[in-house]
Design a protein around this ligand. Structure first.
Ligand SMILES: [Zn+2]
Length: 408
């Protein structure tokens, strides 16, 4: 405040100031310097008391107990002491105001370090190389070559350090897709017989809006065009050329999932959406092999060998990986799609296409107060989303496939 501003007792004075929330946190926050880990995460997991409205904003964003990201601003007001000989300042008031942060950077699959699978492969190679080197050094020291530099001379004369290159460019992929098949066997009760193949795909950049302003549900459903899932159908009838034997409709029930991934150690890689689209068992199998490396490292440590920090940190992180999915029921609208078939003489099959918009179910949203924070990830934790599509094609069977979806 300038010297001319006079403050009177028991009169309030308004002073306006502005501040910006940085896009990135400090770069020493991630040991691995992964850009994705340095993006400022949204507020997460904690109810927030708004001192303006004197109300607590209840947050139901599926965060597990003890996990939270919170933002607040502190202000200190200093005053110059009256009748002091020299400039002497006293603290007049200290205040703290909590606020919520919603929008964060959009996640995409174009990570400079390669896809999640490629990053895990690179880590595995580094881990197995490191273990092999430790073993060879141990062998050399057992036969009397104990000086580290002498060991290195022998080791590096035979093993050249390998460089990795990535052939696949994930940035070129435009959508995520999955296939499923429905078999309609010949039966007395139905005239439909044949095989129905469905390709379900969604644009890579498709995103659902985050939900924080629960008071304003109408704007949520009106302002943005919902992301569209595309379906390609092909039906190969047992008896060719008769459209009366094709299934007439399918039911789609989308189930939204919040996916949380974390580890005991710092996560040394970045998750992409393609990784998320895999089944939970498939994801867990990617980490299973690191348990064997972890056990091998422990055995080596027990023989008194010193293991580099990089190796133990990587293996502790990858060996204690936790993947947790929380279904958010009825948050998306279900739909029945009528199928209008066209005969394709080339493939001797019937084909049709349909769009399925992913719309929030406003009734569910207003009855159950959800908060969906944008997807984010950092060294300790990742929150991402996917949609599981339960599809019924009328033959009594239900098939399910999952596709990743961004929320921002
Ligand atoms: Zn990190």
């Amino acid at each position: 405040m300038t010297g001319e501003t006079l403050i009177y007792p028991k009169k309030s004075l308004r002073v306006y100031f502005s501040f910006r929330i940085p896009h990135y946190i400090l770069d020493d926050c991630c040991d691995h310097q992964l850009v994705e880990h340095l993006k400022a995460p949204p507020s997460f997991g904690l109810n927030c008391f708004d001192s303006f409205s004197k109300r607590t904003q209840i947050v139901h964003d599926f965060a597990k107990f003890g996990e939270f990201v919170t933002y607040s601003i502190k202000a200190q007001f200093m005053g110059e002491k009256l009748n002091a000989n020299e400039h002497e300042f006293i603290l007049l008031k200290k205040t703290q105001h909590a606020f919520r942060v919603g929008k964060v950077h959009q996640l995409d699959d174009h990570v400079p370090f390669g896809t999640t699978i490629e990053q895990l492969n690179t880590l595995e190679k580094a881990v197995s190389d490191s273990i092999a080197e430790i073993k060879e050094r141990k062998m050399l020291s057992d036969i009397g070559i104990e000086k580290e530099s002498d060991q290195s001379d022998i080791l590096y004369s035979s093993i050249g350090k390998q460089k990795f290159s990535y052939n696949e460019d994930p940035g070129q992929m435009t959508d995520y897709s999955k296939y499923m098949n429905f078999d309609f066997p010949k039966s007395l009760f139905s005239s439909v017989s044949g095989v129905l193949e469905i390709k379900i795909h969604i644009d890579k950049l498709a995103a659902l809006p985050g939900i924080y302003e629960l008071d304003d549900l109408n704007s949520l459903s009106n302002t943005r065009v919902p992301p569209v899932v595309e379906l390609d159908f092909e039906f190969k009838p047992t008896k060719p050329k008769s459209s009366s034997h094709c299934p007439s409709s399918i039911d789609i029930e989308p189930v939204f999932f919040a996916v949380d991934m974390q580890s005991e150690g710092k996560i040394p890689f970045v998750f992409d959406n393609s990784f998320l689209a895999m089944d939970k068992s498939e994801i867990m199998s990617k980490f299973a092999k690191f348990k064997a490396y972890h056990d091998e490292m422990t055995r080596l440590q027990e023989t008194g060998v010193c293991v580099p920090n990089f190796l133990s940190e990587t293996l502790i992180s990858l060996n204690h990986f936790v993947h947790h999915e929380t279904p958010v029921k009825d948050i998306l609208e279900r739909q029945t799609i009528k199928l209008n078939w066209n005969y394709d003489p080339n493939s001797k099959s019937f084909k049709c296409f349909a769009d399925f918009p992913l719309k929030y179910n406003v009734e569910t949203l207003s009855s159950q107060k959800f908060t969906l924070v944008p997807g984010f990830q950092n060294c300790l934790f990742a929150r991402l989303y996917k949609v599981c599509f339960n599809i019924k094609a009328g033959n009594g069977k239900c098939e399910s496939v999952s596709l990743p979806i961004s929320v921002h």
